[in-house]
Design a protein around this ligand. Structure first.
Ligand SMILES: [Zn+2]
Length: 181
């Protein structure tokens, strides 16, 4: 995994692209939660599920289908009445992209097994050819080490910085469309 906070940061940056004045804040908070849910699969290690299994780490919960199912469940269960400013499809797309971004970022990390994007149809694990993000250790205690620092640095550069740029550019575009010259 990339670390939990960085996944949430990526989801918030995606949220900036969907942002509409008046959309309740809980939409963005829940999107951030969606982006960290895939890593609940690490619980499986406690129960003897192996990394490469269907329910193993970076398995089904990191797939595109899981993202679609989670997005549908969240949209239907929590936002059945819709939200001000965002259409149903935009809302679903935001939750889908927030969740799917998790697997996409994991596939850019330099360790562990790849991501089962096409699970349950195909349990093959994939990485992108380009993997600049240092893989984050599983568990908090191992985070506070030299390697932890390397991970933080690489996530700041490869996740937080692009997220900040995305945030700034969507804000600027909004500003221009709100006040045409
Ligand atoms: Zn993950």
């Amino acid at each position: 995994m990339a670390s939990v906070v960085s996944h949430a940061v990526a989801a918030l940056a995606i949220g900036a692209c969907f942002y509409q004045r008046g959309t309740p804040k809980r939409v963005w908070v829940i999107g951030a939660l969606c982006s960290v849910i895939p890593d609940l699969d690490v619980i499986g290690f406690e129960f003897g599920i192996r990394y490469g299994d269907f329910w193993g780490h970076r398995g089904f919960t990191h797939s595109l289908l899981f993202a679609a199912v989670l997005a549908s469940a969240v949209a239907l269960l929590l936002f059945r009445q819709g939200v001000p400013g965002l259409g149903g499809f935009s809302l679903w797309s935001y939750f889908f992209l927030a969740t799917a971004s998790h697997g996409l970022l994991d596939a850019m990390t330099d360790g562990g097994l790849g991501v089962a994007f096409f699970s349950p149809f195909n349990n093959t694990r994939y990485f992108f050819p380009w993997r600049p993000i240092r893989v984050s250790p599983i568990g908090v205690s191992r985070f506070f080490t030299d390697r932890g620092l390397e991970v933080v640095k690489s996530e700041l550069f490869w996740i937080w910085l692009p997220a900040a740029l995305l945030l700034a550019s969507s804000w600027l575009i909004r500003l221009r469309t709100a006040r045409p010259a």
